[in-house]
Design a binder for this molecule. Structure first.
Ligand code: CDP
Length: 240
């Protein structure tokens, strides 16, 4: 399927129309941003790595009965996806405390969270993707109570599947962000990507707090060897 006009360029992907109006082409970029795009850079090979890793994880989730927007990958950094109406929420799942949770609450880095914490942020760069309560979601009409219930149930299943899978890879799934959309049949479907850009991943065999980091925190915090960490995650994922 050939790419037609560019529909949207985001921080990590460009979306193109295709001849089939129900299918889009997502091209994953090497560009990296952090802190609401205040920090910018490039991670060599990231587009290919994130696309290939997302493909692998979407296939695993589909096999376990989770609906995703994934169709196929015509190239290592290109993915055909089903067109969705995006629900403007970033769903954050935390198995261990890290990042903004530690900063905002004082919970120590690495504290286990049982049950896992599921949080919603309003997907809006202008407001800096703020954390929202369920009440705010309904007041802003971002989603209905039934949709929030279904998204929460799907998210719990996705977390269980991904956590178990990463454990097999000797990787701890600390936290991650996912997004959902609604397809032409009104079904809630997992969208976006699942990659070291959107997950915190720690090497389970490494206790050093810097060496164990295999995700975008290496870029955010200038920890070095960002490409090497992304490549290692991909190799572990593809081997399992
Ligand atoms: O990363 P930061 O500390 O700003 O935010 P967080 O709320 O602690 O992030 C939780 C998880 O969601 C991390 O794995 C982030 O990489 C991911 N996330 C993301 O992919 N995109 C966002 N806009 C915000 C968080």
């Amino acid at each position: 399927m050939t790419a037609l006009q560019k529909l949207y360029e985001g921080k990590a992907k460009i979306l193109y129309a295709t001849a089939d109006p129900t299918i889009l082409l997502a091209c994953y970029k090497d560009d990296a941003t952090a802190f609401n795009a205040q920090k910018r850079g490039t991670i060599a090979g990231k587009g290919r790595i994130n696309c290939t890793m997302s493909e692998h994880l979407f296939r695993k989730l589909e096999a376990a009965g989770v609906p995703t927007h994934f169709v196929d990958c015509p190239a290592p950094n290109e993915m055909h996806v089903r067109a969705l109406t995006i629900v403007p929420l970033e769903v954050i799942v935390r198995n261990f405390a890290a990042g903004s949770l530690c900063k905002q609450t004082g919970i120590a880095l690495g504290t286990p969270l049982d049950p896992p914490l599921i949080e919603f942020c309003y997907k809006n760069d202008e407001f800096g993707d703020p954390l929202v309560t369920e009440g705010r979601i309904y007041a802003m009409k971002l989603a209905t109570p039934a949709q929030v219930r279904e998204i929460t149930e799907l998210t719990q299943r996705i977390n269980e599947i991904l956590r178990d899978f990463f454990q097999q890879c000797d990787i701890i799934l600390v936290d991650f962000k996912i997004e959902f959309g609604i397809d032409s049949g009104g079904r809630i479907v997992l969208g976006d990507e699942i990659s070291p850009d959107t997950c915190r991943l720690w090497d389970a065999k490494e206790t050093d707090p810097i060496a164990r980091v295999l995700d975008k925190d290496r870029f955010r915090q200038d920890l070095g060897n960002v490409e090497g960490a992304y490549q290692r995650v991909l190799e572990k994922v593809l081997a399992n």
